[in-house]
Write a protein that binds this ligand. Structure first.
Ligand code: PD2
Ligand code: ZN
Length: 233
């Protein structure tokens, strides 16, 4: 099998390349310090890559076990104030890990940062979500809308979100696809797989509208990592 190696400690130049830029070409299998990640599908506009085997089954299970005691009903950003609110459009439960919170989180975060070529300190902590039957996340954009009055407050910490990595930690029996209506694309949740997409401008022209379809049977667990322009502290 042809593989390409990504070094453990890439130097980060003053001007960073865009996150995930290296993912769009090269061999189909990416060697991340001995861990083999498959590039299964790529789209150029927006930049989107579907990855296989990003996390092993035991890593997915360990993330779920660590997150389970802290799960609470998910909130969405209150665009007007920059705070958070309960929203009928998002009916999952969720929690955030602090960056580097445990050795497992640290190891996974380092693998993701190497894969995406983006500094760990520019990433929000991993968020874990659980969707039971009927739970969904209606289509939305992950960037902060520049027209909303709450956005300047949100941008103070790390600037704008520039990309999303969504990792599937479980495989529900039916439902729960991540859909991209503008692309007419639906990604089936498969444990260990991940979808990465970048929004080069915080505008619908980025064509990154996406949502989580209702789970029909089984449970869907995902981990989301949002990448910021600058250090997120
Ligand atoms: O769980 C999903 O499929 C999903 C869909 C859309 C998650 C998110 N957005 C997110 O965490 O932003
Ligand atoms: Zn989203």
């Amino acid at each position: 099998m042809v593989t390409t190696a990504i070094s453990a400690s890439p130097p980060f130049p003053d001007t960073l390349p865009l996150p995930g830029q290296g993912l769009h070409s090269g061999p189909h299998c990416i060697d991340l310090d001995g861990h083999q990640v498959q590039r299964l599908l790529t789209i150029n506009a927006p930049p989107l890559v579907l990855l296989g085997n990003l996390l092993r089954a035991d890593e997915c299970a360990a993330l779920i076990d660590a997150a389970r005691p802290r799960m609470a009903r998910s909130q969405t950003v209150q665009q007007h104030t920059g705070g958070e609110e309960l929203n009928a459009h998002r009916t999952s439960d969720g929690m955030f890990f602090r960056r580097g919170e445990t050795p497992l989180i640290q190891r996974i975060e380092e693998r993701l940062a190497h894969l995406l070529g983006w500094p760990l300190e520019n990433c929000e902590g991993l968020q874990v979500l659980r969707y039971g039957p009927g739970a969904e996340y209606r289509p939305h954009y992950d960037y902060f809308d520049p027209a909303e009055p709450g956005t300047p407050t949100l941008l103070q910490r790390g600037g704008q979100r520039v990309a999303t990595l969504l990792i599937y930690l479980s495989t529900p029996d039916e439902g729960g696809a991540t859909m991209f209506p503008d692309l007419r694309l639906e990604v089936a949740p498969q444990q260990g797989h991940a979808v990465f997409f970048r929004y080069d401008q915080p505008h619908p022209a980025s064509r990154t509208l996406h949502g989580g379809a209702p789970v029909v049977t089984g449970e869907k667990w995902v981990a989301t990592q949002w990448l910021r322009e600058r250090k997120f502290e």
